[in-house]
Design a binder for this molecule. Structure first.
Ligand SMILES: [Zn+2]
Length: 80
């Protein structure tokens, strides 16, 4: 279960960019690949990173690997 659990990519937002830092999130979905192949499906996502997202940003675009790892790697959890 990764960030793409809802599989709701918003066309009005650039889903290829991390909503936290604005850098490329290397998301498989925006590359046209199967979301199951996205790194976020295999990497625990920091709860703190998810808490920093606005509600409307969740399940919309992927975080980048650096932000998903969280500031201190505290209690990583799987998103969604
Ligand atoms: Zn980021």
């Amino acid at each position: 279960m990764g960030i793409h659990s809802g599989h709701m990519i918003d066309p009005t937002l650039d889903a290829s960019l991390c909503p936290l830092c604005g850098r490329s999130n290397q998301c498989a979905v925006t590359a046209g690949a199967d979301p199951a192949n996205c790194w976020c499906m295999h990497t625990p996502v920091s709860r703190e990173a998810l808490d920093r997202l606005a509600a409307e940003q969740r399940d919309r675009s992927c975080l980048c690997p650096a932000c998903a790892a969280g500031p201190a790697n505290q209690q990583p959890v799987l998103a969604g």
